[in-house]
Design a protein around this ligand. Structure first.
Ligand code: HEC
Ligand code: HEC
Length: 509
């Protein structure tokens, strides 16, 4: 049963989505695209002429790849009239023949996006339109390598020989770590972006990969960015871009993610610290709430003017030394000031921040693990839907590795507030068939014609949409909330203690 559930629960891509494969071979940035990695990478769907009036609709073939260091982007631009004159860094390159990519690394915050515009002679313009960047109109990404077919020429005039030009670019992923959930990305991570082309004297068409809908005639409409999904698989030659082949993904099911990371780091990039001194952490918390919450949020949450210091995001400062340094000396180019505290107090705050970032299993949790187990399998009825080490139901995510994949705060929140909407892979649905029969379950996979539903009766149902008279999606997840109120305070604490100790690693119980 297990293998097939996992296979069904993998992400379903809708048409228009693009899968970014791992590069299968090293890539040299030379505007050639002759590497096997590029040859086997699928192109995006064709560019769209959103505001077309007349002229030639010249096609553009764009591809994306990634590896542990970089995001790779290539454009192969069919163009019978190639011209470019702007040579000043951050000059108005889009008046020339120019390609662009605008990237939102966080799908929940598409308004934070990064732009790369490159003309045919290799002049680049960049902006960081994000809530953290305070450095002015333009932005200097770190370590970008790129080449165009006419790279470095003082100018390029139209010529009867013009056929096409190419841009090849490698952007270090660390440029996106303030917004991306993980850098490098993990299997199934979703970003949003658009790829564009503009300008030139003749046929200065504007075209985009993801269509621009709505009134605003602008590329700067992140709500129109298309969806891209990272996969650790290398592309196989001839694979379609909007991957209907999602089924052979080795991706773990939604809700069971997070075994990755490994090494000496926790899932969210925080180091594993096994010996938190509870007094030091408590004092650090008081000091933090006194000095830092005019920008950051209370208890390390996101604040009005500064990011969360302990939430499900990728941190830029990870080691004790880096944290100490950013508090003592501030962070250049941002609002983060140097804070005049005694070193001893700064160290306590560092311990507090690290405790927020550590996964549940690494921090002390009050309560009895054994009593918590009784609540889980007894009064709490959790095992009706959740499996731990082979015992329990399958209507909710398996929790065997919860302590090493989630932070204590996330677990508490899952039990009290829950998710506002069902996650992908856990969408509850009630289906009524034209025959009158009806049943309830979780949508594991769907497309315009059919749904695969794991019934609460533990059977798998394949439903053709035209045989159903009603398909009703729940707006709330199946997971009950307010568990802290339905159990006694002791029972709730014991349950937290039990859950926070769950780990696939042997003996970790
Ligand atoms: C005036 C506003 C302000 C105050 C006060 C402030 N911060 Fe910050 N802090 C920021 C901003 C903005 C950032 C984000 C900088 C960036 O984008 O890298 C930040 C970033 C940080 C980071 C790095 C986060 C990461 O993910 O790498 C740490 C650690 C931090 N602050 C700790 C503190 C502590 C501890 C205090 C109090 C002693 C404090 N800050 C007070 C504005 C502030
Ligand atoms: C009726 C089925 C059901 C019951 C009963 C139930 N859960 Fe859940 N639970 C779910 C579903 C479904 C999700 C995933 C919700 C989503 O993300 O859309 C979930 C999510 C969770 C999560 C978050 C998992 C993660 O990967 O972050 C935790 C923790 C959890 N449940 C614990 C419990 C505990 C403890 C109990 C008992 C007090 C319980 N659940 C009872 C169905 C259930």
């Amino acid at each position: 049963m297990r293998w097939f559930l996992v296979a069904l629960a993998t992400a379903v891509l809708s048409a228009g989505d693009y899968k970014i494969h791992r590069a299968a071979s090293p890539i040299t940035i030379d505007a050639k695209l002759d590497e096997p990695a590029w040859q086997s990478a699928p192109p995006t769907s064709g560019f769209i002429f959103n505001w077309f009036s007349s002229g030639d609709k010249e096609p553009t073939e764009a591809k994306l790849l990634w590896d542990d260091r970089n995001l790779y982007v290539s454009w192969r631009v069919t163009d019978r009239h190639i011209s470019a004159y702007e040579t000043r860094r951050n000059g108005p390159v889009s008046k020339d023949d120019c390609v662009e990519i605008f990237i939102s690394p966080n799908p929940n915050k598409v308004a934070n996006y990064y732009t790369f515009e490159i003309n045919a002679i290799g002049t680049m313009l960049n902006r960081a339109r994000t809530d953290w960047y305070t450095g002015g109109a333009f932005w200097d990404p770190e370590g970008v390598e790129y080449r165009t077919s006419f790279h470095g020429r003082p100018s390029k005039d139209e010529s009867p020989d013009d056929r096409e030009w190419i841009v090849e670019m490698a952007v270090p992923l660390r440029n996106f770590s303030r917004d991306a959930a993980h850098t490098p990305p993990q299997e199934g991570d979703e970003w949003r972006l658009n790829l564009m082309r503009t300008g030139g004297k003749t046929n200065g068409q504007q075209s985009t990969w993801s269509p621009i809908r709505g009134e605003k005639r602008s590329f700067h409409t992140p709500e129109n960015f298309g969806r891209v999904i990272f996969t650790a698989q290398a592309a196989r030659p001839g694979e379609p871009a909007a991957a209907t082949a999602a089924h052979d993904d080795p991706a773990p099911a939604q809700g069971q993610r997070g075994q990755g990371g490994g090494g000496q780091r926790g899932r969210f990039g925080g180091p594993m610290r096994r010996n938190f001194n509870p007094t030091e952490v408590a004092e650090g918390r008081v000091l933090y709430n006194r000095s830092c919450t005019m920008c950051h949020g209370v208890d390390g949450a996101v604040g009005d003017r500064a990011p969360a210091l302990g939430a499900g995001r990728r941190y830029l400062r990870v080691t004790d030394a880096d944290l100490f340094d950013s508090i003592k000396n501030g962070i250049k180019g941002t609002l983060m000031p140097a804070l005049p505290l005694k070193d001893e107090d700064t160290n306590k705050i560092v311990a507090f921040i690290q405790s927020l970032r550590a996964t549940a299993i690494d921090v002390p949790v009050a309560g009895s693990v054994d009593k918590g187990r009784e609540v889980f399998f007894g009064k709490g009825k959790c095992a009706e839907c959740h499996m731990i080490r082979g015992q329990g139901g399958i209507a909710g995510p398996e929790l065997t590795d919860l302590g090493t994949s989630r932070k204590l705060d996330d677990i508490r929140q899952a039990l009290t507030e829950g998710k506002p909407l069902p996650s992908r892979g856990w969408q509850p649905v009630t289906v009524t068939m034209k025959s009158g029969k009806s049943f309830r379950g979780i949508v594991k996979n769907e497309n315009p014609f059919s749904l695969q539903i794991l019934g609460l009766d533990n059977n798998l149902h394949l439903v053709n949409r035209d045989q159903a008279s009603k398909i009703q999606y729940d707006t709330k997840p199946l997971m009950p909330t307010n568990i802290d109120k339905t159990l006694s305070p002791e029972e709730f604490q014991d349950l937290l203690a039990f859950l926070s100790r769950q780990s696939r690693r042997r003996g970790a119980r």
